[in-house]
Design a protein around this ligand. Structure first.
Ligand SMILES: NCC(=O)CCC(=O)O
Ligand SMILES: [Mg+2]
Length: 324
């Protein structure tokens, strides 16, 4: 039989490949995680995340300006809390003049149109390094949700556009949504880490914030990585409780879930390419074993192809610079 269809005709040169390309990466795809510390004049590299830094508020200003000038319009804030301010209940998280609350204002004062999302969980504030209140070695659910709701309100009042609860307590989205509605923060959105797995890929992040669990692990609240259907259940429950955006985390090893969730829901889907994923590529590239930029773009495209609307990534700036 004579061959009538030849797929390679659509790959002949760059122009035709560009014309038929199904997905493109733009600055609008990205949510940029930012790590903030107390102090002045601090821009310190995170040992296990080469090329990624913690900023004191004064230097956060220039980083935010830089992001804005690159067309990166959304940030996700994390704070590194001094040890002497940590306790079991995350009391410091509610301080209206705490580091997170000041960081929100700093970003808004620097780039008023920048979308500010904030991490909501107790681990950076917890003397146990857990995402909730610990009682008899167990992270208790309902009392933790109350603190998470109060913390979310505090972020909203400081000017956050979205809160991003990353703790995986049951019912926290409802607790947060109800309090925000009641306290006149109806337009503050919630991006829920709805399918967050207990993952060893978070290692470098815990170095960045000095937030590793002081005992045990997070398997009683984060999901078991053997499970797939459960991601849909978790995600739909969060949407029913009021989540505006849902998330799958980590990223690359969980692309099946990104596609499952994308097909199952009608809200935007985010994916988080986590610290361990970043560290792996940086390390391999430093060794000369992988082409950093090429692999980076291939990975980011994989998230888009899998169906993510939003990509939280430590590579955001690198990608946008490379494409511009
Ligand atoms: N809530 C944030 C994390 O748990 C970790 C993120 C990372 O490893 O990049
Ligand atoms: Mg849940």
């Amino acid at each position: 039989m004579q061959q009538l269809r030849r797929n390679r005709r659509l790959r002949t040169n760059d122009a035709i490949r560009s014309l038929v390309r199904e997905h493109v990466i733009t600055p609008n795809d990205f949510l940029v995680p930012l790590f903030v510390v107390e102090g002045k004049g601090i821009k310190e590299e995170i040992a296990s995340m080469p090329g990624y830094y913690r900023y004191s508020l004064d230097l956060l200003v220039s980083e935010v300006k830089d992001l804005w000038s690159l067309g990166l319009k959304s940030v996700l804030l994390f704070v590194k809390v001094p040890d002497d301010l940590k306790d079991n209940k995350g009391t410091e998280a509610l301080n209206p003049d705490g580091l997170m609350q000041r960081a929100i204002k700093t970003v808004k004062n620097t780039a008023p149109e920048m979308l500010v999302m904030t991490d909501v969980a107790l681990d950076p504030y917890s003397s146990y390094g857990h995402d909730g209140i610990v009682e008899e070695g167990y992270v208790v659910n309902d009392d933790t949700c109350k603190v998470l709701a109060a913390m979310s309100l505090s972020h909203a009042q400081a000017g956050a556009d979205f809160v991003a609860p990353s703790d995986m307590m049951d019912g926290r989205i409802l607790a947060i949504r109800e309090l925000l509605e009641k306290e006149n923060s109806k337009n503050t959105g919630i991006m829920s880490y709805s399918a967050k797995y207990a993952s060893a890929f978070y290692g470098p992040f815990r170095d960045a914030l000095d937030s590793a669990p002081g005992f045990g692990d997070k398997k009683t609240y984060q999901m078991d990585f053997s499970n797939r259907d459960e991601a849909i259940k978790e995600t739909i429950m969060d949407i029913d409780e009021g989540a505006d955006i849902v998330m799958v985390k980590p990223g690359l090893c969980y692309l099946d879930l990104v596609r499952d969730v994308r097909d199952a829901v009608d809200v935007p889907v985010a994916v988080y390419q986590v610290s361990g994923e970043y560290a792996m590529l940086k390390a391999a590239a430093q060794k000369g074993w992988l082409d950093h930029d090429a692999v980076m773009l291939e990975q980011i495209m994989a998230f888009k192809r899998a169906g993510a609307h939003i990509i939280a990534s430590y590579f955001a700036k690198d990608v946008v610079k490379l494409l511009s």
